[in-house]
Structure formats: structure tokens, C-alpha cells
Design a binder for this molecule. Structure first.
Ligand code: GTP
Length: 196
């Protein structure tokens, strides 16, 4: 089966690095090159013996590209919505992103909220609890991640793949799968917590 997943969030939160970490297991530090428009990569994951091909769309966070990316929301089965734990405005804008998602995406799209750059604990301005509270308000799963160390990167895509496989192949009487419970049971916390 094949699933379309989109990465969304403000410019600079780490969407491209997140995708490269998942696809190639690498982190490109140094200069930040903003994505122009939209780009995609494929990766196959195996969940419970089923091959799921994820077609992952990396969008530009900059405002001027929004009209381009809106056109792609409709086809996405899952959305990973990122903010940067060291950047307050990227967190404050999550509500606006969710409003856009509700306007342009499919009604039953799977959404996951991710607080990225969890490795930079010295510059943290958003507490993990704040991410959790916001995610609970919208009924979506939440994790802190690091595209640099790889923390929870694979898990985010695996949880999405499991949920989409479950939805596509579930039969009456079959086992139930709850993405939020799965994420809660599997996620790793940043090893070094800030004092905030
Ligand atoms: N420390 C740390 N830096 C990160 C992490 N993820 C991304 N970065 C850095 O943040 C900057 C922006 O990363 P990108 O992946 O290009 O951001 P983006 O969200 O794709 O930005 P747009 O393409 O403009 O939407 C780069 O300098 C990265 O090196 C992370 O998890 N930890």
C-alpha cells in the first residue's frame, strides 16, 4: 500500500532535516537552505509484515509558498505538524496551521504534533507539557523529536504507517489500534531535560 504524508510547520522548524534523517539517517548541519515550494521522497516501512510505501512531501514553511502547498493537502492521508521547541512563534502558529489543515485537508486525515529540536535543551522555550496540552486539546498524538539525533523520528513515521495500515486493512473482529496509545507507549523523552 502507498500513503501520502506531508510535513508542515513554520520555516526553519526542521522539516527537511526531519525527512533526511528518516530517509538517509543523516543530519545536515550548517547553513539553512529554505525549501522552495514542495518536494517529496519515498520510503518503504514494514509494519506487522505489511509493506507500506510512504510518499513524504516536504513543504516550504515560508508564507509566500502557502498557496502552492495548499493544493497538496487534499491528497494527504497524514500530516506531521512540526514546531521548534526553541522558537515560541513556531509554537504559537500551530493553531493557525491546524485551522488551515481543517480548511484544506481531508476530514479524516491523521495528524501528529511534533516538537522538534529537542536536543537543544539550553535554548528550550516551550515546555513538553505545553505541547502535550495543545495536542490533547486537538485530540492528536504528540512527541518531542530531534532531526539531529534522530530521537523519535522513525517512531513518528512508523506510528503513521501503522495507523494507515490499520485503517486500510481493518476487518470486523480484528484487533484495534489507537495511534495515541501507541505513541505514548513508545516515545522517548529528551535525555537531558531543561529546568523550564
Ligand atoms: N539542533 C537541531 N537543529 C535542527 C534540527 N532540525 C533542524 N535543525 C536546523 O534548523 C535549521 C532549519 O532546518 P530545515 O530542515 O531546513 O527547516 P524547514 O522546516 O525545512 O524550513 P523551510 O524549508 O523554510 O520550511 C537548519 O539550520 C537545521 O540544521 C534539530 O532537530 N536539532
Amino acid at each position: 500500500m502507498c500513503c501520502k504524508v506531508m510535513l508542515l510547520g513554520d520555516s526553519g522548524v526542521g522539516k527537511t532535516c526531519f525527512l533526511i534523517q528518516f530517509k538517509d539517517g543523516a543530519f545536515l548541519s550548517g547553513t539553512f537552505i529554505a525549501t522552495v515550494g514542495i518536494d517529496f521522497r519515498n520510503k518503504v516501512v514494514t509494519v506487522d509484515g505489511v509493506r507500506v510505501k510512504l510518499q513524504i512531501w516536504d513543504t516550504a514553511g515560508q508564507e509566500r509558498f502557502r498557496s502552492v502547498t495548499h493544493a497538496y493537502y487534499r491528497d494527504a492521508q497524514a500530516l506531521l505538524l512540526l514546531y521548534d521547541i526553541t522558537n515560541k512563534s513556531s509554537f504559537d502558529n500551530i493553531r493557525a496551521w491546524l485551522t488551515e489543515i481543517h480548511e484544506y485537508a481531508q476530514r479524516d486525515v491523521v495528524i501528529m504534533l511534533l516538537g522538534n529540536k529537542a536536543d537543544v535543551s539550553s535554548e528550550r522555550v516551550i515546555r513538553s507539557e505545553d505541547g502535550e496540552t495543545l495536542a490533547r486539546e486537538y485530540g492528536v498524538p504528540f512527541m518531542e523529536t530531534s532531526a539531529k539525533t534522530g530521537m523519535n523520528v522513525e517512531l513518528a513515521f512508523l506510528a503513521i504507517a501503522k495507523e494507515l495500515k490499520y485503517r486500510a486493512l481493518w476487518q470486523p473482529g480484528g484487533p484495534h489500534f489507537q495511534i495515541r496509545d501507541f505513541v505514548e507507549s513508545q516515545k522517548k523523552q529528551p535525555s537531558c531535560c531543561s529546568f523550564l
